[in-house]
Design a protein around this ligand. Structure first.
Ligand SMILES: *Cc1c(COP(=O)(O)O)cnc(C)c1O
Length: 225
């Protein structure tokens, strides 16, 4: 399949999911997850009008960033080791994987050194799978309260990865729960601003994520297969 065909399929699925849930396709931002492909291919995908690029490995990401940084908004979507923060902090506009205090402190340190604000998503392990990164659900509110004390960190919203399983109702319940957790944080006014964003949904499940309120979907495989 060509890139063009794949993009058509993705856009159609977004439209269908939006229709089902009374949402507008313009409100869904697609992060092209480019971890599978080289600079040339990313260049090609950007020519189709994508604005957001997502990478999950610092080393690979930096090379791609150097080549293409002014052509897109860069999202760091992978697990982030504290020692790598200094390499990504002034390059990636969004970090999707804030999930622990040690990382929060390092982000804050580096941000203040460079006098900038870091846009983050708090990653939540909604499904509770042991292999998954993210803060546990029952620790989210207290973690969010701590994050809110750091002026260098701007929290855009929450992020999760659904379990990779066939049962669509379980997948849906994970996305729904992430939305409810975000709404709860907003109701309790933990931040002096509302969290608007939900980063959820990948190639296999972004339709369901959109129906449950995703504002950023992260799509790789379906784009580049
Ligand atoms: C790889 C990756 C994606 C993209 O997943 P696909 O199934 O290839 O669309 C999305 N989010 C994260 C965090 C990833 O690591």
């Amino acid at each position: 399949m060509s890139l063009e065909d794949n993009i058509k399929i993705i856009k159609t699925r977004i439209e269908v999911a939006c229709k089902k849930s009374n949402r507008k396709p313009e409100d869904i931002k697609i992060i092209a997850v480019t971890k599978y492909v080289d600079i040339e291919k990313i260049d090609e995908v950007l020519d189709f009008g994508f604005d957001h690029v997502g990478e999950n490995k610092v080393q690979d990401a930096l090379l791609k960033y150097q080549a293409l940084h002014d052509r897109a908004t860069w999202h760091f979507i992978g697990q982030l080791q504290s020692k790598k923060v200094k390499s990504v902090i002034d390059k990636f506009e969004y970090i999707h994987s804030l999930d622990r205090i040690s990382l929060l402190k390092e982000l804050d340190n580096r941000a203040r050194q460079k006098n900038l604000k870091v846009n983050c998503f708090i990653q939540v392990n909604v499904s509770g799978e042991e292999t998954k990164a993210g803060i546990a659900k029952d620790e989210l509110l207290s973690f969010a309260k701590i994050v809110s004390e750091y002026n260098s960190i701007r929290v855009e919203g929450l992020m999760t990865i659904a379990p990779n399983i066939q049962d669509k109702e379980i997948v849906r319940s994970v996305f729904k729960e992430l939305r409810e957790l975000r709404d709860q944080i907003n109701r309790e006014k933990i931040f002096p601003y509302q969290l608007k964003e939900l980063s959820m949904g990948m190639s296999n499940d972004f339709d369901i994520a959109i129906e449950e309120g995703a504002t950023y979907i992260r799509v790789g495989t379906l784009l580049f297969k």
